[in-house]
Design a protein around this ligand. Structure first.
Ligand code: PLP
Length: 627
């Protein structure tokens, strides 16, 4: 727990059990429901589902939906706020059908709706959000077809709000609605001057990609008035960025947004809703701070700042409290899914060693390195030892290229060099001051654990924007982890690695893990992958989507759970089809080549059949390694 900080980032859903395994409590209101992750892994194996696997805890998804809605309800009650909360889930954060269905179902008692940001998402939410009392919010850039689809939603009796992101969209919307004679519900997105802090801060500020300036908002309201449609203008929207790390940004945005709402109201445009967008952050590194991968507030504090911020401004300005909408996606979905995979190997720079005993006539570089090693214990200036060893190694490489040093001598020099480095590492652990280049030793001597997964498919943000995600062994946490390592994936890409971890309050490039055992698989979990990571991955090296298992807990047996559904990941055929190959034709081509070898007597007929079947089985198989 001290190393992995599970309960810090676990959001109340994950802990380390007494047996050293990760335990899941998917329903915070009922902590007696406790699932041992090891038994989930065993069940997955029993079902014959190949790893890596995405494990979805549907109860967690439901809990998050309920928590957010309840937090708003209780803040509204406590503040004696007059409006309602009518949240929406932005499907772009995780569009998987099972995820959206679960959210819609769990949100039904709260009239929780959906948000879409593209035509494909709009087509999805039109079919999924059938509750006439909940909102459907449409953000993003829109064309004629988009507007017509939105108006179809109105015809179906939905509260579908078209949020105008740029002025020309307004003209288009008015034109199409008049042509179809359907009243739209219109929202305007304000370009805020306040910026969020963190990775997504460019969503706010004057150079933001979306939204109308104050002048354009006023123009919009006046244009609608001219067109006899001011009654259609119902919502003010703003979004200053995802993963807001500092609560001050939320407070500032509320002040600015509430002022715009209040003044519009006073100008004769009484809006029904203020939509505060997304941004509610997740504590990925468990530090509860303004670190990029954390946030310095809880869901309750965020909600209270939204409710009280709006109330105070409205009361000051003497305007009614609007209904509140938020578009939290990350906070709803991040916890519910994780990627489980096993370590399939260890890569170590100093793993291979050869006999370094002295030979006649050996090169002076090798002699020097051996002397340095033999004399190590008597050395007083260890920094000098490091410099000398590094210099000998570098010179040796040059000498090898100039054909003065043999391959075997170079290998002996390398073996001695890494041995000296390992001893230096031990020596410097006792020291307070460690020279800068020696600080690298922990990293260069660390192992790389090879994980059966692709960073580009399952954790795209760790590669793209240095997003930190918690990585944890699922078992053995009551054993001291003694191997410092970073993680590398199985893609042929050096960027396919994870070397950013949070330990305590520090960000490190290595994570202590347990030594691998020959006869016991070592499973790790990559947690908090339910938001964005689940759906943003690509097929680098043709590694496809992961197998998925959907876990539900039993009410009557707190320790038990069931796999409600297994969703098969991509087969090799699937990914080849996407890339415009014809796997069937490829199979017959390869069969023909095998048959030719059979006819030529190079492969015997039975063996030929076996090779043909093998090729076909691999085509229909999983894209990941079968350890
Ligand atoms: N709404 C809008 C307009 C967004 O652009 C985003 C994401 O950036 C969201 C909602 C979801 O934000 P979050 O995942 O931070 O809740």
């Amino acid at each position: 727990e001290r190393v992995y900080g599970v309960s810090q980032w676990g959001g109340g859903y994950f802990q380390v059990g007494e047996n050293g395994n990760v335990h899941v409590t998917p329903v915070p209101d009922d902590p007696s429901i406790r699932i041992d992750f090891k038994s989930v892994v065993e069940e997955i194996r029993k079902e014959g589902v190949q790893f890596p696997v995405v494990v979805r805890f549907h109860d967690i998804l439901r809990s998050q939906v309920a928590s957010l809605n309840k937090a708003f309800r209780s803040s509204i009650e406590e503040a004696e706020y007059k409006g309602l909360y009518q949240g929406v889930y932005p499907v772009k954060v995780n569009q998987m059908r099972e995820v959206v269905e679960e959210i819609v179902e769990a949100g039904a008692p709260f009239n929780y709706g959906l948000e879409a940001g593209s035509k494909a998402e709009l087509l999805t939410v039109l079919a999924m959000n059938t509750n006439e009392d909940s909102l459907t919010i449409l953000n993003g850039y829109k064309d004629d077809e988009f507007m017509r689809l939105a108006l179809l939603g109105r015809k179906l009796g939905r509260k579908i709000v078209v949020v105008v992101e740029k002025y020309s969209e307004l003209l288009l919307l008015v034109k199409v609605s008049k042509e179809l004679n359907i009243d739209p519900i219109i929202g305007v997105r304000a370009k805020m001057t306040v910026k969020g802090r963190g990775k997504w801060e460019s969503s706010g500020g004057e150079r933001a990609k979306f939204g109308l300036t104050i002048t354009e908002i006023i123009k919009t309201a006046r244009y609608l008035e001219e067109q006899g449609m001011s009654h259609c203008l119902k919502l003010l929207h703003f979004h200053i960025g995802s993963q807001l790390t500092d609560i001050r940004a939320v407070k500032e945005a509320m002040t600015e947004g509430a002022r715009i709402y209040a003044d519009l109201h006073k100008m004769g445009f009484p809006l029904d809703y203020v939509d505060v967008g997304g941004g509610l952050g997740i504590d990925y590194d468990g530090s509860n701070s303004t670190n990029e991968s954390s946030r310095n507030y809880s869901m309750q504090e965020y909600v209270a700042d939204v409710v009280y911020g709006m109330k105070e401004m409205c009361d000051l300005e003497g305007v009614p409290h609007p209904n509140l909408v938020s578009e939290s996606g990350r906070a709803i979905t991040a916890h519910h899914s994780c990627v489980v995979t096993e370590i399939v190997g260890e890569i170590k720079s100093n793993a291979a060693q050869i006999d370094t005993s002295e030979n006649e006539n050996e090169h002076v570089f090798l002699k020097n390195m051996r002397e340095l090693s033999d004399d190590f214990e008597n050395q007083t200036n260890m920094h000098e030892v490091y410099n000398d060893a590094s210099q000998y190694k570098e010179q040796a490489l040059g000498a090898f290229k100039l054909r003065v040093l043999s391959l075997e001598e170079l290998a002996k020099i390398e073996t001695l060099y890494w041995d000296i480095m390992a001893r230096l590492q031990v020596w410097y652990r006792k020291e307070e001051y460690v020279p800068e280049e020696l600080q690298e030793l922990d990293y260069s001597l660390s192992s790389q654990y090879l994980c059966n997964f692709s960073v580009f498919q399952s954790a795209a943000d760790t590669w793209a924007i240095d997003q930190l995600l918690p990585v944890v062994p699922l078992t053995r946490m009551n054993e001291k982890p003694t191997v410092n390592c970073s993680l590398v994936d199985i893609t042929c890409d050096s960027d396919g690695k994870i070397d950013q971890f949070s330990i305590g309050r520090e960000i490190t490039d290595v994570l202590p893990m347990h030594p691998l055992k020959k006869d016991e698989p070592y499973y790790i979990g990559l947690f908090l992958t339910g938001a964005y990571q689940d759906v943003m991955g690509d097929m680098h090296n043709l590694f496809g989507r992961l197998n998925e298992v959907h876990i539900f807990s039993y009410d009557d047996d707190p320790e038990d759970f069931y796999i409600e559904e297994v969703v098969k990941g991509s087969s090799v055929e699937d990914v080849l089809n996407i890339m415009q190959y014809n796997p069937r034709a490829m199979a017959s081509d390869v069969k023909r080549l095998i048959d030719r070898q059979v006819s030529g007597g190079k492969i015997n007929p039975k063996e030929g059949v076996r090779w043909t079947d093998f090729y076909e089985n691999c085509l229909s198989g999983y894209t990941y390694l079968k350890p």
